[in-house]
Design a protein around this ligand. Structure first.
Ligand code: FES
Length: 200
């Protein structure tokens, strides 16, 4: 039983949290700027709870090199002061962390009830058709990755596509998503006009 007519629960192509060991990748260290950012974030936690900064640390890795590698997680463990296994547990639990390379733009289409009833599968199908990928795939140019996600918290404006964990494009349709891809190709990040997370 699934709300999504094309993606029954339990099929292997589903994007779900699972323990996938990342490639070790090249040696990794935060840039001085990112290390400074991490120390500033960690200063908001009591010293004995510094490990709580693991989530922002993993986001910083993704800003720096798009996805998590074994060496990057080992570095995070070292600077945060916990085991690598702890970092890998966190990284493998949350779907917003990527253990494989992704494109410059990660387009996450909500497929939960409100979005499914409002045509999310048509948005996903159009994205996949335009980019020549299956859900979870990255286009040949390495620009766009398409993923299907669970509720993105904007159900009253379904269907919703979130770009790069930060920009919500709402009330989407195959035509709207075609326009978004075209605008991203032409204007880059300036095309991300949807609702934003505020960092404050
Ligand atoms: S069901 Fe899609 S945002 Fe909630």
């Amino acid at each position: 039983m699934s709300f999504h007519p094309q993606m029954p629960y339990g099929t292997p192509q589903w994007h779900r949290s699972e323990r996938v060991l990342a490639d070790e990748g090249p040696p990794f260290a935060f840039t001085p700027e990112n290390r400074q950012k991490l120390e500033e974030i960690a200063s908001h936690y009591p010293p004995e709870r510094r490990v709580s900064a693991v989530l922002p640390a993993l986001y910083l890795v993704q800003e720096q090199q798009t996805h998590l590698t074994g060496n990057a997680m080992a570095h995070v463990a070292e600077v945060i002061g916990c085991s690598r296994a702890h970092v890998e547990d966190v990284a493998s639990y949350y779907v917003m962390f990527f253990t494989k390379p992704v494109g410059k733009y990660v387009l996450q289409v909500c497929r939960t009830l409100a979005c499914a009833l409002n045509g999310a599968e048509h948005v996903t199908a159009e994205l996949c058709r335009q980019l020549g990928v299956a859900p979870g795939g990255t286009d040949a140019a390495g620009e766009f990755t398409v993923m299907e996600m669970e509720c993105l918290g904007a159900c009253d404006r379904a269907p919703v596509v979130m770009v790069n964990n930060e920009h919500w494009h709402e009330c989407q349709s195959p035509e709207a998503i075609q326009a978004l891809i075209r605008d991203l190709r032409e204007k880059g990040v300036a095309a991300l006009t949807g609702c934003h997370h505020t960092k404050e």
